[in-house]
Each structure stands twice: as C-alpha cells, then as structure tokens.
Write a protein that binds this ligand. Structure first.
Ligand code: PNW
Length: 483
C-alpha cells in the first residue's frame, strides 16, 4: 500500500519507546556452556519427535556468543530498547541455592553493551525455561513452594542487575503457557499430565503468586533506590463474535475473560472474575486476604503481546481437550479463523496467525475501559513467514513487504487508540531475529533479520529493517530539538 513508510517518530508521543523482543531459550544457544543447567525446554526439545523439524534450542541464534553484533544491529536501526529474558538455569543451574557467576557475568556484559549504545535493557524473568531441577524435585509450577523459590531468583536478579535495568517483567504469557503443556514441564506423548482440568488454574495461580512475591520484594528492597518499574506480560488475541447471536457474543466474552480478566482481575481487584468462577467453581483456586492484598496493584505497567484475532462461536459440546488444552472446552467456545469461507484476515506463516490490525485497537480499548486505563507497553507484535514447505530461497524471504505492512497497520491502530485515550508507552517488535519458535523449531521466521542457521548464524536484514530504520532515524521527540 502507498501509506507504507509514512510513519515517523513524530506520530508518537514524546518518550514513546521502540524496541524488539526475544527470549533466552529462543536466541541464546550455548545450552551447555557457561555453567548453565538444563531447563524443561531442553528436556522437551530433546525428546525425539516433539519439535516439528527435529531441532532444539541448543544453539538457537548463538546470541550468547554474538550479543555484541546483535546490539550493534539494534543500535543501527535506532531502537531505544531491547526486551530479552534471563535464563533462570543460567543463574541458578539447580533452580536455587548455588549462583552461577558466569551466568551473571553474561547478563552484565549484555546489559553494559546495550547501555553503551544507548539502548535500554527491558528484562523478563520468566519466559518459559524453568530449571529442570525444580521440575524434578518439586513438580515445578504445580507445587506452591515454587513461589518463594521464584522470589529468591527474582531478588538475585534485582540485586545484580537492578542498578542498570529500569524495566522488569515477571512472567511472559501466563495464559499461553498454562494451557500449552510442554511449557510447564509435562511431557507425556499426548502432552497431558496430571489432572488436566485443574492443572492450568493451579499453575496460573502459583505464577500469579510468584509475580506478586517478586513485586513485593522489588518494592520493599529495591525500587526506591533503583527507581525502576515492574510489570507483567500478558498475551491476548481479540475474539470477534462470529454472528450477532447473543450466545456467540457471550462466547467471545468468555474467551476474552480467559485471557485478560483471569489475570487482570486479581492484579487489579485481588480476586478471580465471576465470569470464570461461575463455571469453574472449585477448580479455580482462591486468594487469602493477605495474598489478595499483595496482588492488588502489583504492577507499574502491563506488557501486552498481541498478534492476531479470531472469531468466537458458542460451542457447549466441544472437545474436552485440544491443542489449546482445556481452555476452549472450559470456555464452551470455538475459536474459528474464517466466516463463510472468508478468513478473518490474510494468513501469515503460522496457522494461528491471521493479520487483523483492527484487533489491536479492540484489545487496547478493553484494557482502557475495564481497568481504568493502565500504562501498557506492546511487548510483542509481529508476523512470520513459513519455510516448512522445504527450503525457501533467502532472496524471497528478504523482501518482507507483508511484514512492513503488518507493523505499519498495527502501529496505525496503536496511534488511533492513543488518540482515544489509551495509555500506551511503547512498542516492541517480535522479533529482532529469526529464532527457535518453540514447537515449530526453525520452520517459522518472525525476525526482522533473517538468520542463516546453517551458515555460521549470519544475520541478514530483511526489508523491514530499512523500514524501521527510516521510522526511527528522525529525532527522538523526547530530546529537545529546535526546528
Ligand atoms: C508468543 N497465539 O507466544 C511468545 O511470547 C514468543 O516466545 C513466541 O515466539 C511468539 O509469540 C510467536 O509465536 C504466543 O496463538 C504464541 O495467539 C501464540 C499465540 C500467542 C502468543
């Protein structure tokens, strides 16, 4: 489209932050180097037949060895920030107790390299790589004991890095990982373990408590001195009712509740939403008075990961268990990608990803209206190309005009939402690099940079790099400049 390339920094408020996002297991590699212990994702990806292309994150993008090059790439684009995660088993190889100084030093070097180039480090504590030792000894997130152990890990990170890290995220996408079993250490062939009808809600509960524990520690011991902020990162797609029928409108409401209200209601009000309690009864745990008190207001900002929108349809008799776990069954709803044969938006590489820019506006509006307009950073937004049909020649992948259009159009709705009063502070593209896309291995490419995994991990800019560079090269409005 001809509107492409027309965005400028000056279209955004002063101080609006632009960055890119990654996570430790997806980019670092060096899985057995530097004293790192194994995580549940090492175990999972090494099981034969689990990852679609039979790969693992052992080497990923090799960022552990190439972080300086990557920081230069970000600086060259003009990015203000880099959102990455800390690998818990790189800091605590056994999950707790003994600190691996080599791991601490790696993140010190990365943080210092970013700051030396004027890039703010935005650090997430948990992006799915639970130390395997905690899975084995405790049963991982199913065990309430993990709350204080997470607190110890968080405290170590604040103490070591908080002098330079001013933006912390506790958890990445509690909703997505609780319903998606491999991410929490269950690894029977069906992906099911334990009581599937309770497990997501128990795990989510322990993660929320761990989040609030970390925030309590940060606020009590570090925040006054370090002057940073702390939040949590939620995933939410938009669900559009597939018809005007009230039952479909209600189904869309339930699916939105499972993503947003399930976690935001505790964070804002200290209890789970009625719309879920009514259906789940005692499967949904409860917070004690003290827990509720600590939970309420336990964030300075909300990170929002948003990619796509789907249709919702009432479905009281849907399958008990799908690749979404029990979520659709419990919400008595179906998630549908097309209406009367017309897809809700153009198809991206991943089957679940349709390009629906207006969904961004809908989700932002929901946060504004339901939760008194919290400060939101878009911590992930992006689109992929697929090369699981065989080898796609790099030349074709490098002309990623669809990605330019995607970011242009979604950013347009971010701007529109801000004009409507939403409090959005920044935008992070997923991802800087093509990387290890969990179950999909290296078959899905979300990067602004193409990574040649078979040839020395070479990073090659796609067209979208030049587009971001043009958007970002103009003077930052937060700097004083005279016209
Ligand atoms: C995110 N959905 O997960 C993760 O935070 C990233 O680690 C991941 O690489 C990225 O998205 C791309 O997949 C999600 O189905 C995956 O709506 C799927 C959905 C949402 C989030």
């Amino acid at each position: 489209g001809e509107r492409r390339g027309s965005l400028r920094r000056s279209d955004f408020p002063p101080g609006f932050v632009f960055g890119s996002s990654t996570s430790a297991y997806q980019v670092e590699g060096a899985a057995t180097e530097g004293g790192r212990g194994p995580s549940v994702w090492d175990t999972h990806s090494h099981l034969p037949g689990t990852i679609v292309d039979n790969t693992t994150g052992d080497h990923a993008c090799d960022q552990y060895h190439r972080y300086l090059e990557d920081v230069d790439l970000m600086a060259d684009i003009g990015m203000d920030a880099y959102r990455f995660s800390i690998s818990w088993p790189r800091i605590f190889p056994d999950g707790r107790g003994r600190v691996n100084r080599e791991g601490v030093e790696y993140y010190n070097r990365l943080i210092d390299a970013l700051l030396a180039r004027g890039i703010q480090p935005w650090v997430v504590l948990y992006h799915w790589d639970l130390p395997q030792a905690l899975q084995d000894s405790l049963g991982g997130w199913m065990n309430r004991e993990i709350v204080s152990i997470f607190g110890e890990y968080a405290e170590l990170c604040f103490a070591e890095f908080g002098d330079r890290v001013k933006h912390w995220g506790t958890f990445n996408e509690i909703h997505h990982i609780t319903f998606s079993y491999p991410n929490v250490g269950c690894r029977s062939p069906s992906g099911v373990c334990g009581d599937v009808h309770r497990q997501p809600y128990v795990i989510g509960h322990h993660m929320l408590l761990s989040h609030s524990k970390a925030v309590e520690i940060y606020r009590a011991k570090f925040q006054n001195r370090q002057r940073g902020s702390i939040g949590i990162i939620l995933d939410a797609q938009w669900y559009e009712p597939i018809s005007d029928l009230q039952e479909d409108i209600n189904a869309a409401e339930r699916l939105m509740a499972f993503q947003i209200q399930w976690l935001m209601d505790p964070l804002v009000y200290g209890h789970y939403p009625a719309i879920m309690r009514n259906d789940l009864h005692d499967r949904l745990p409860t917070f004690s008075e003290d827990e509720a008190k600590a939970m309420k207001g336990s964030f300075d900002f909300i990170g929002l990961n948003h990619y796509t929108s789907h249709y919702a349809k009432n479905d009281p008799d849907g399958p008990e268990f799908s690749k979404f776990g029990v979520e659709l069954h419990d919400a008595r709803a179906a998630s549908i990608y097309a209406k009367n044969g017309v897809p809700i938006g153009p198809q991206a590489g991943s089957p679940w990803l349709q390009i629906v820019p207006w969904g961004m506006g809908k989700v932002l509006e929901r946060f504004k209206v339901m939760y008194n307009n919290p400060l939101i950073y878009i911590t992930e937004n992006g689109v992929d190309e697929s090369d699981d049909q065989g080898e796609v020649p790099a030349e074709n992948i490098l002309q990623d005009n669809f990605r330019i259009q995607y970011h242009h159009d979604y950013l347009g709705y971010v701007i529109g939402s801000m004009r409507n009063g939403s409090n959005v502070g920044g935008y992070f593209a997923w991802s800087l690099l093509d990387n290890f896309e969990w179950q999909d291995g290296f078959s899905k490419r979300f990067g602004l940079f193409y990574v040649d995994f078979k040839n020395g991990f070479t990073r090659i800019p796609k067209s979208s790099v030049a587009w971001f560079k043009k958007l970002l090269r103009h003077p930052k409005r937060s700097n004083h400049f005279v016209s």
